[in-house]
Write a protein that binds this ligand. Sequence first.
Ligand code: COA
Length: 354
Amino acid sequence: MNLTPGLEGVVAAETRLSDVDGERGRLVIAGFPVERLAEEATFEDAVGLLWDGRLPDAVGRERVRAGLSEGRTAAFERHRALGDALQQADGMDALRTAVSHLTGLSPLQLVGAVGALTAAWLRTRAGQPVLAPATGAAHAADVLRIALGVEPSAATARGLDAYLVTVCDHGMNASTFAARVVASTGSDDVSAVVAAIGALKGPLHGGAPGPVLDMLDAVGTPEKAEGWLEAELVAGRRIMGMGHRIYRTRDPRAEVLERAVERLEAEGLGQRRLPLARAVERAAVGALRARHPDRPLHANVEFYTALLLDSVGLPRAAFTPTFAASRVAGWLAHVKEQRETGRLIRPASKYVGP
Ligand code: COA
């Protein structure tokens, strides 16, 4: 396992789930490079892989599909008994509150439920009725359908599926660590997921893709990118979707998602924002290099997440909840792994007070 730069020599948790190599810009999920997994696997496959350590066969895939479907149905059946969760203005507030009601579900069902709750929140927010999931349907396609109220094309469903696979796990990131800390105390799955949702919500972790799209809107045209970014940096603001705690290269997931957007745009789908996004990325890398010559700052996963989720038709308010709908698979796989260690996580603190 690779360590956060500066933390070499510090004891690291062991995990079989994923490895983030920040120097070389590589991500391996349970033995598979993320590029290959996103190309060849469905979200059901990825969940099976995280759960069992190998890609599921036909029977295993069916079991995962059924579990996710049961979870979507459970969320739908309970959606009127979630207090005012679905009325929350912020999607992550809605998810955090709604998930806390979902006791008694299996981990697979809980994964399925988070996708359905994201869709239910979107519908409620738009003043539209919450839609019933289709029993046994593919998860990505069904979540899109119940979120947007229209049957997605195969290409659009594949676009969301590729996203869900790409971001399903990523080492000991902040939300995963939060989930593992809760699990390590002997607490339950729902509590671990609720804690993780709270951690993912912040703009330094999962809250960046909405602001990335706001940035592209504000820049407007490729030739304005440099001037706009310069003004932001002079004002002391961070460029959303750029920089990463571990990667010293471009985030490998940015590459995967950029390709997925490219495929959608080639089919005439999406918003055709790629030329502008690429110009903004190029200008941002240049401006950040000039300011921080010793600290490589490149595009992270959120940069092209914004484009892909926009291209499949999801509004920007749903971007971080959709991230949660994928990462919940990783969280719960880590929860299981943490429980197997039987150890309480208790980092040391160094007293610097009087
Ligand atoms: N825009 C402008 N400056 C940035 C930057 C960005 N996106 N990311 C890092 N920097 C600068 C910092 O201001 C800091 O400068 P300083 O040393 O003069 O104070 C320097 O680069 C090092 O940054 P640091 O805060 O030590 O990096 P980190 O590892 O703590 O931060 C992130 C990683 C992801 C939190 C950070 O890059 C960031 O805030 N990115 C924007 C938000 C985002 O895209 N989040 C999604 C992450 S997947």
